[in-house]
Write a protein that binds this ligand. Structure first.
Ligand SMILES: [Mg+2]
Length: 228
């Protein structure tokens, strides 16, 4: 039965580990809880710098989820004026616990979908998405993982989506793409002829009147969209 109804591709960050909130937004919330004073605009600048530093770290390709969150926290705090005064462990704990709660909730959905669809992840990541999915007990749901850090192209480049489909050996079956980033996930997937599910707050306006196919406010709503 597995795969009879088609293929479902998932983004990772903000889609499988949170209901539509980016890593920088969730990291900033944890930083503020820990006593951080910088506004989001300043924090986001430091976060981008940490993203650039992260890809250059030796051994990144084998780093698991918790270790990666810890490393990213260290890199962000190093770029902030109040970073040294804060307890990094508290920030990491909060971010990690929130992500894990959403992931545990989503496992039921993934287990159900796996009965009728082939599932894959298409993510702009740092080459270590495999180890992260293993650590989070998510790998068993997916038949393919397209990690930009390994493939060498990033969304919205259609080649990353095609890489996932080729890994699955997908031919003409229906394909859905599920993601929280309109320009990286939804628009390119639609241009490849996929159906699209956009995970975003109801107040977020679609930049394209004809897209997405469906909107979701939590990932679990996907169960109502995709027949089992
Ligand atoms: Mg995302």
């Amino acid at each position: 039965m597995n795969g009879v109804r088609g293929v479902v591709l998932f983004d990772f960050g903000g889609t499988l580990d949170a209901d539509g909130a980016r890593w920088s937004v969730r990291f900033h919330a944890a930083y503020v809880t820990a006593g951080g004073q910088q506004p989001f605009a300043v924090f986001e600048e430091a976060f981008r710098a940490s993203d650039r530093a992260l890809v250059r770290v030796t051994g990144i390709s084998t780093l698991g989820f918790r270790a990666m969150v810890d490393l990213q926290a260290a890199l962000v705090l190093a770029h902030l004026p109040d970073g040294r005064a804060l307890r990094r462990e508290q920030i990491v704990d909060e971010f990690h616990a929130a992500a894990l709660a959403v992931i545990r909730r989503n496992q039921e959905l993934l287990a159900r979908l796996q009965q009728s669809y082939r599932l894959a992840v298409v993510s702009n990541f740092t080459g270590n998405l495999g180890p992260c999915l293993e650590e989070l007990d998510l790998m068993r749901y997916f038949s393919a993982v397209a990690d930009s850090g390994r493939v060498g192209v990033t969304k919205p480049d259609p080649r990353l989506f095609r890489h996932a489909l080729e890994s699955l050996g997908a031919k003409s079956e229906p394909v859905w793409m599920v993601g929280d980033n309109f320009e990286a996930d939804i628009r390119p997937a639609a241009s490849l002829g996929m159906q699209t599910a956009w995970l975003a707050p109801p107040v977020a306006r679609s930049p394209d009147a004809g897209l997405p196919t469906v909107r979701l406010t939590t990932l679990t709503e996907l169960a109502e969209v995709l027949p089992s």
